[in-house]
Ligand binder design. Sequence first.
Ligand SMILES: [Zn+2]
Length: 73
Amino acid sequence: MFLIDSTVRGSVPKTRLKSNFPQKVCLICERPFVWRKKWKRVWQTIETCSERCRGEARRRRRSSRAIVSVYPR
Ligand SMILES: [Zn+2]
């Protein structure tokens, strides 16, 4: 049992574990960022790599809404 276990572990490269995390591209700075533990519950809603970019995204969204509201429904 121990022999088999250590063989399997040895065949998995460490770098592969890292790339197993999901990745997204930041809406603002367009840099790829990797899943973080603190985003575990909100990962689906994460669109930006940092607080700073998140603030920028909010501002852009607000201004794009203003543009949309110019047009009649
Ligand atoms: Zn960013």
